[in-house]
Ligand binder design. Structure first.
Ligand code: FAD
Length: 450
C-alpha cells in the first residue's frame, strides 16, 4: 500500500480539521501527518483570537485537543515555515503540503490620521488580551472615550473587552498583566461606528445581544441612525439573522437602558473619514453621514461630525500574510488557489501544494466554516495522487533530525501537554480553569524540560 506523507503548516482549526478529515477519509493509501505551527501552542485563533469571555467557543479547543491527542498526527510547535523549514525541505521529506496559515493582521484602513499615537489595529489589541507570545505585554488604556471602527464581530469583541468591568473577566484565562491593564483603564465611553444601517451589520445575533447587556454598561443607539432601504427590507424578510438583529436594535431604540458609569454607543450611517490629533495623539474622529442607496450600499452626504475620542480601534477585518515561496493574491490576502489547489501566476496548479482555511478563502467566517474548506481541499489532495511529490527522504525521523541539526527547538505533543498542565495548575491556584502562559522562552522551557 502506498503512503502519503503530508505536511500541514498551521495548527489552527483549518489545519487540524484538514489533518483529521484526511485520516478519516475513504482512501486506499496510508497517511502520516506532521503538523507545524510557529507558535508554541496549537489552536490558532481559537486560542489567540476568540475573546477570553467566550468560554463556550473556546471550548472548541476540547474537540481539537481530542484530534491531536489521538496520536496519529505529530505536532511540531515553535517551527516557522519560511525560516525553520522551507519549501525545499518539505519537498525532500513529504509528498504534499497543505498551508493553513490563517491571518493575524488587521486589514488596512486608509484614512488620514491613521498613523497617530492612539490609533490601533483591533488585531493588535486582541493579540494583547489573548496573550499572543509575540506581542507586547503592555497596552495603553488611558483614553476615556474610544472609537471602534467596524460592524463585525471583531469590532464587538474589541468594544466589549474595552468597556467590560475587569472583575467580570477574572474567571477567564487572562493572565495577571492583562487584568491589571484593563483595571487601570480610564474608559467611560466606547463608540462603535458602522457605515450602513442596522440591517447591514455583520455581527452575529448572539454577539450583538451580549454586547447590549454587559453588566454595568449602558448600551445606547440613536433613532436617527435607523435607516432601511428596499434591500434592507428584503434582507429583513428573507434572512433570519438580519431579522433578529434588527429586532434587537429596534427594541433598544424603543426601550433606552438606565444610565450606568460606562456606556457603549452603537452608531450607524456614519463613515469614519479622518482621525484627528493634537501633538501627534488622537483627539477625535471625523465621520461623514451616509444614506442607503436602495441596494443596501451607502453613499456619502455632505454632513460631517467630529467625535471627541482619545483612541481609535480599527476593526475593519483581518488580512492574510504572504507565505514564503507560495503565490499570493495581495488584493484578497489569500494564497492563489482554486478550491484549495495552489495556482501559479499563470493559473496552473502547482503539484503537491494546497491550502485551506482563512488563507485559502479570506478572513471571514466562523470556526465551523473551516471544516467545509478542509473537506474540499483534502478531496483534491486525495484525487491528485499522481501529482504528489516524490520525496528523497521520506523517513519519519528525518524531519526531527533536520530540525535538531538546525537548532530549532520544537515543541512536540507531550511538550504542549506539559504547558497545558502548567496553565491549568496556575488557573487552579487562582480558582479558575486556566491561566494562559505568554512567554515563549518559558513555554519552551516547560515543554522541553530544559
Ligand atoms: C478576534 C477574533 C475573534 C473570533 N471569534 C470567533 C468566535 O467567537 N467564534 C467563531 O466561530 N469564530 C471566531 N473567529 C474566527 C475563527 O477564529 C477563524 O474562523 C479560524 O480561526 C480560522 O482558522 P484558520 O485555521 O484558517 O486560521 P488560524 O486560526 O489563524 O490558524 C492559523 C495558524 O497558522 C499558524 N501559522 C501562520 N503562519 C505560519 C508559518 N509561517 N509557519 C507555521 N505556522 C504558521 C498560526 O500561528 C496559526 O496558529 C474569530 C476570529 C478573530 C480574528
Amino acid at each position: 500500500m502506498s503512503k502519503l506523507r503530508l505536511a500541514v503548516i498551521g495548527a489552527g482549526p483549518a489545519g487540524i480539521y484538514a489533518s483529521d478529515l484526511i485520516l478519516k477519509a475513504e482512501r486506499d493509501f496510508e497517511v502520516s501527518i506532521d503538523l507545524f505551527d510557529l507558535l508554541p501552542a496549537p489552536y490558532g485563533l481559537v486560542r489567540y483570537g476568540v475573546a477570553p469571555d467566550h468560554p463556550r467557543i473556546k471550548g472548541i479547543i476540547r474537540a481539537l485537543y481530542e484530534v491531536l491527542d489521538r496520536g496519529d498526527i505529530r505536532f511540531f510547535g515553535n517551527v516557522k515555515y519560511g525560516t525553520d523549514i522551507t519549501l525545499a525541505d518539505l519537498k525532500e521529506h513529504y509528498n504534499a503540503v497543505i498551508f493553513a496559515t490563517g491571518a493575524i493582521k488587521d486589514a488596512d484602513l486608509n484614512i488620514p490620521g491613521v498613523e497617530l499615537d492612539g490609533s490601533y489595529g483591533a488585531a493588535d489589541f486582541v493579540n494583547w488580551y489573548d496573550s499572543h507570545p509575540d506581542f507586547p505585554r503592555t497596552w495603553p488604556l488611558h483614553a476615556k472615550e474610544i472609537a471602534v471602527i467596524g460592524n463585525g464581530n471583531v469590532a464587538l469583541d474589541a468594544a466589549r473587552m474595552l468597556i467590560k468591568r475587569p472583575a467580570d473577566l477574572l474567571s477567564t484565562d487572562i493572565p495577571q498583566h492583562v487584568y491589571e491593564g484593563l483595571q487601570n483603564s480610564q474608559v467611560t465611553d466606547v463608540h462603535v461606528f458602522g457605515r450602513r444601517g442596522p440591517a447591514q451589520v455583520k455581527f452575529s445575533p448572539l454577539e450583538l445581544r451580549e454586547a447590549l447587556h454587559v453588566e454595568g454598561v449602558q448600551a445606547i443607539v440613536y433613532p436617527e441612525d435607523f435607516q432601511y432601504d428596499e434591500a434592507s427590507q428584503v434582507a429583513i424578510d428573507s434572512n433570519n439573522q438580519v431579522r433578529v438583529m434588527v429586532k434587537t436594535l429596534e427594541e433598544l431604540k424603543e426601550n433606552p437602558q438606565a444610565p450606568e458609569v460606562r456606556r457603549l454607543h452603537l452608531h450607524f450611517m456614519e463613515a469614519p473619514v479622518e482621525i484627528v490629533g493634537e501633538d501627534g495623539k488622537v483627539s477625535g474622529l471625523v465621520t461623514q453621514r451616509q444614506e442607503l442607496d436602495g441596494t443596501g450600499n451607502a453613499r456619502a452626504l455632505s454632513e460631517k461630525k467630529t467625535y471627541s475620542v482619545q483612541a481609535v480601534y480599527r476593526a475593519v477585518g483581518y488580512f492574510g500574510s504572504p507565505v514564503d515561496e507560495i503565490p499570493f493574491d495581495s488584493k484578497k490576502g489569500v494564497i492563489q488557489n482554486h478550491e484549495g489547489q495552489v495556482l501559479d501566476a499563470q493559473g496552473q496548479q502547482i503539484p503537491g501544494v494546497y491550502c485551506t482555511g482563512w488563507i485559502k478563502r479570506g478572513p471571514v467566517g466562523l470556526i465551523g466554516h473551516t471544516k467545509a474548506d478542509a473537506i474540499e481541499t483534502i478531496s483534491h489532495v486525495i484525487a491528485d495522487r499522481k501529482l504528489w511529490w516524490e520525496p528523497s527522504n521520506p523517513g519519519e525521523d528525518q524531519i526531527t533530525d533536520l530540525l535538531s541539526e538546525r537548532g530549532v527547538k520544537f515543541i512536540d505533543w507531550q511538550g504542549w501537554l506539559a504547558i497545558d498542565s502548567q496553565e491549568r495548575s496556575l488557573g487552579e491556584s487562582a480558582g479558575k480553569e486556566r491561566t494562559k502562559l505568554f512567554d515563549r522562552s518559558q513555554m519552551l522551557e516547560i515543554a522541553t524540560g530544559e
